[in-house]
Design a protein around this ligand. Structure first.
Ligand code: GTR
Length: 326
């Protein structure tokens, strides 16, 4: 679908005629890089149903999955311009634009998924959602993205030493470039849609992601070694274009927020199911999974990364508040 990038509205209209179109009076177009059926796609569809009910059919949502509206970095700009109404996207590609998003994207900042939920569901999460307003976006809710680990086509990684000199794709974020470099690897930022062929042709040795993405992207077909070092627990975010938001009545804005919040537990349920299913599929395909890995050297190697990116009092305060969250 990469070839559709930039065709914009015309392509979207054409595509929408081939999809299940909401009958709502105003249909919000929402972007997702993942295929139909992926937990994030299903959660935004679910939100759309709730929204349609809450607004008596004034508002609905149509999800353009599978990167039909473009790769994540490009769709951020389109959402800021209001060409796309809504976007479900990892926090990673926001790192270079919205500095607060760097904090929950720091390697090993969260001790567990439960810790991440506790933080993002509370006042710290709200502060980070509020930060989108200064960038022509309205932050609506956070979704789960599991934990991300390294996979590659070359060899099993059993310690940090094995990463030396290996080329890994990262999301388009300077933070992740530094993370891989601090671990001894070579980072190549690139759009998600280019990763499969880049591993296949040897442009890169591997990448890093969670079970559902590793599986649904088919990357496991070309990268037969997966090491569960779990360096990132990056939440995903659902945002709305500020220009779209401003067109809505106060009542409809409240309905949008309520519907987004209601989709979070639904998403988490789907996520847990999908994680298990993806893991089973990847294991059945014969991928070599390394689970026994000492994370301590990985965690220690992140000190210069924190020093480089956590520079302002605001970011330092966010880090301290996250670390103090029990
Ligand atoms: C996935 C995430 C996507 C995208 C992708 C990537 O886990 O859900 O939004 O960011 O990773 O690595 O580009």
């Amino acid at each position: 679908m990469n070839h559709l990038k930039g065709i914009g509205v015309a392509a979207a209209l054409l595509l929408s005629s081939a999809m299940s179109v909401s009958a709502a009076q105003m249909v919000l177009r929402s972007s997702d890089t993942h295929p139909d059926g992926y937990p994030t796609v299903e959660a935004v569809k679910y939100m759309g149903k709730i929204l349609e009910e809450k607004t008596n059919g004034r508002l609905g949502i149509e999800v353009f999955h599978s990167a039909q509206l473009g790769q994540e970095k490009d769709t951020i700009e389109q959402t800021q311009f209001g060409v796309i109404d809504m976007n479900r996207i990892s926090l990673g590609p926001f790192n270079n634009i919205i500095e607060e998003t760097k904090v929950p994207s720091l390697p090993y900042i969260f001790r567990s998924v439960e810790h991440m939920h506790k933080v993002m569901d509370g006042p710290i999460g709200q502060d980070i959602l509020d930060a989108f307003r200064a960038h022509q976006l309205v932050g609506l809710a956070f979704y789960d993205g599991g934990s991300r680990s390294f996979y590659n086509s070359k060899k099993p990684i059993t310690s940090m030493d094995d990463l030396k000199g290996m080329k890994f794709r990262v999301m388009q974020s300077d933070l992740f470039v530094e993370m891989v470099n601090a671990l001894g690897g070579n980072a190549t930022p690139m759009p998600y849609g280019e990763v499969y062929s880049s591993i296949q042709t040897g442009v890169i040795d591997g990448a890093e992601n969670n079970w559902p993405s590793f599986e649904s992207s088919g990357h496991y077909e070309v990268a037969g070694h997966y090491t569960l070092d779990q360096h990132l627990i990056v939440p995903e975010v659902l945002v709305m274009a500020e220009s779209t938001w401003n067109k809505l009545s106060k009542e409809d804005q409240a309905a949008v927020v309520a519907a987004a919040k209601a989709s979070v537990p639904y998403m988490r349920e789907k996520w847990v199911e999908r994680e298990a299913r993806s893991e089973k599929k990847v294991r059945a395909a014969g991928v070599n999974i390394v689970t026994d890995i000492d994370k301590t050297p990985f965690i220690e190697a992140m000190a210069p990364v924190y020093a480089k990116f956590v520079t302002t009092p605001k970011l330092k305060d966010l880090v301290a508040r996250i670390q103090a969250t029990k």
